[in-house]
Design a protein around this ligand. Sequence first.
Ligand SMILES: [Mg+2]
Length: 128
Amino acid sequence: MQEQTDNCIYNTVAGLPPTTASIFATHVKTLMKPMPNAVDDLMHAAVGIAGEAGELLDAVKKQWVYNKPLDMVNMVEELGDLEFYMEALRQNLGLSREVILLQNIEKLKHRYPDGYSDAAAQARADKA
Ligand SMILES: [Mg+2]
């Protein structure tokens, strides 16, 4: 984790304006309830992700099962809640979103060198 400066934890280079990501990181850092120990902090974030993923799934279920229109206001809210806990978990682990996104790109480039296919999904070349 980079050192916190001013009200922005990711933009540590003087003179750079805050980005949406850095503002959001500070937002999460400010609002995430500190737990008594590191394991509880980790569990709080992980359980939060699972809970918000469930809320997102329920919103989709209402369209899929009950033929209701997809509630886009709720979808945006639940995606934001999910982002909140994902950022909290990243901060807990000292990882940036950028590092994780780049790692995922590399993994899936190896798994799907010619684009998605069921065969490549089954072979999981990145796990060989
Ligand atoms: Mg929610």
